[in-house]
Design a protein around this ligand. Structure first.
Ligand code: ATP
Length: 472
């Protein structure tokens, strides 16, 4: 397992991810995606979008980030979307009380104090009110990692929604929120979409979009940020059919990660012991990050909680009318909710590898490779002229220009060929194409595959097919 710092450093050095507003010292919990990062994000989203909408029963939507504030009353976010927050009086450091306790449990386990860890875990599962967090923290002498003291404040609730104002007046009646999840944009459009797309239950609505949460502690790179993107799909089913669909979507979503090269041994299911107020069943897909296991996607059976509440708060009927069976009902919902940026981080960690290689002169070296699936690699192929003379650059340019019509390609003519391969390995480019002397007479190139480093000679007019065959 590699250190998170190693991956963050590569991500910055090669232009995947930068700190937001870095020249001003950065903005906590916000990140910018550089040239390679944005390609990777787009490929993840494209693959998800196609897997969801290239079928008969799922439609897409792109709802606005700002929504009517009543939306958040109906969804429960105004009242319930808060985390328990605690401050240390000496260092003034602020923590999520539950996270502070969870980290203490991890520390206890690393010291083999499993009995105490089990006891705390048990107490954590039975929390009823904020005071219970404080009791655990004080009873178990949990210290502030900054000051080393146990001088804690009370535990207070902190609502995670970002508040702003719509229009020129900053008054209570103009408060709006940046959406904390994209799902509600789907629910409020349920009738619009069912009717205009003439869909019949069961059917789903998919959306990719930004969400904002004023997280108390942001950490672990892209894992917990204040601005992030979600890819969510709400599948509307007849009440009673939800658990079958739940199993179906669990399988689909697991397989999606596998098809994109995720190592199955780094994935696991986590059942929710404590269900959210809206759910009757919920599981997470977790990934083993360098800092431990963390959720990358949740699959939730949300009952008719959302449609029922929107119906009540808006006064508009949200029922589905089944004309064939002459029935009306509020559909139940099975949701798949994944983070694009958390997913990107998981794919990056999954792809990272270092290996020791020996060159022809017996010299050993470390080869850093991002083993992305060719479907996700930010750059699909790189084209090199072996030397910058004898007509090779001209032929290489024409191969490059032609490939660029259908895929993301890089041209590199600087330095020894071995170094050019390494530069591409480090960003995960699966195919490197070299134009050499033989190319000029035979119309062929060598194509080198990233993981095996094997080279094949193929004719120029076969390159596209060769690559497409490996991708699809
Ligand atoms: P967590 O328990 O980690 O805060 P959550 O259970 O609140 O997450 P959901 O509300 O189910 O998360 O959101 C669905 C997905 O959105 C998560 O699986 C994750 O991939 C992503 N996500 C949620 N919060 C964040 C965040 N602060 N930064 C990045 N991605 C996030």
């Amino acid at each position: 397992m590699y250190k998170l710092e190693t991956i963050i450093s590569l991500a910055k050095r090669r232009g995947f991810v930068f700190q937001s507003s870095e020249i001003y010292g950065g903005l906590n919990g916000c990140w910018d995606y550089g040239p390679l990062g944005v390609e990777l994000l787009l490929k993840i989203k494209d693959s998800w979008w196609k897997s969801m909408t290239f079928r008969d029963d799922i439609e897409g939507v792109d709802a606005s980030i700002l929504m009517h504030p009543r939306t958040w009353d109906a969804s429960g976010h105004t009242k319930q979307f808060s985390d328990p927050m605690i401050d240390n009086k000496v260092s003034k450091a602020r923590f999520r009380a539950d996270n502070l306790i969870e980290e203490h449990i991890i520390k206890l386990r690393s010291k083999n104090k499993n009995d105490e860890a089990d006891t705390i875990e048990q107490k954590l599962a039975n929390i009823k009110e904020n005071n219970d967090y404080l009791t655990i923290i004080l009873d178990h002498g949990i210290k502030d990692p900054v000051s080393g003291t146990t001088e804690w404040t009370e535990v207070r609730n902190f609502n995670l929604m970002f508040k702003t104002f719509i229009g020129p007046l900053e008054e209570a009646s103009s408060v709006v929120y940046l959406r904390p999840e994209s799902a509600q944009g789907i629910f409020v459009n349920f009738k619009n979409i069912a009717e205009t797309a003439r869909q019949k239950v069961p059917f789903g609505i998919a959306q990719i979009g930004k969400a904002f949460r004023n997280e108390i502690n942001t950490k672990n790179f892209l894992f917990r940020t204040r601005e992030f993107e979600q890819m969510e799909m709400q599948y509307f089913v007849k009440p009673g059919a939800e658990l079958d669909w739940f199993d179906y979507w669990k399988k689909q979503r697991w397989q999606w990660y596998i098809d994109l090269g995720m190592d199955e041994s780094k994935m696991r299911w986590k059942n929710h012991d404590k269900l959210a107020h809206y759910a009757n069943h919920a599981v997470d897909i977790e990934f083993e990050f360098p800092f431990g296991w963390g959720e990358i996607e949740g699959i939730h059976s949300r009952t008719d909680f959302d449609l029922r509440n929107h119906q009540e708060f808006s006064g508009k009927k949200m029922e589905y009318v089944d004309a064939v069976n002459n029935e009306r009902y509020l559909p139940f919902v099975v949701e798949t909710s994944g983070g694009v940026s958390r997913g990107l981080m998981a794919f990056l960690c999954n792809a990272y590898s270092e290996e020791h290689v020996t060159d022809d002169n017996g010299k050993t070296d470390v080869r850093t490779v991002l083993r992305f699936s060719p479907k996700l690699a930010p750059i699909t192929a790189a084209v090199f002229p072996l030397v910058n003379k004898d007509g090779m650059p001209e032929l290489a340019q024409s191969v490059y220009q032609d490939l660029q019509k259908s895929m993301k390609v890089q041209y590199d003519s600087s330095g020894a060929i071995g170094r050019r391969y390494r530069r591409q390995d480090e960003i995960g480019t699966p195919f490197c194409i070299t134009i050499d002397g033989e190319s000029l007479t035979e119309n062929t190139v060598t194509i080198r595959e990233r993981d095996s480093m094997k080279q094949e000679r193929i004719s120029i007019d076969k390159i596209k097919n060769y690559i497409n065959d490996k991708i699809y």
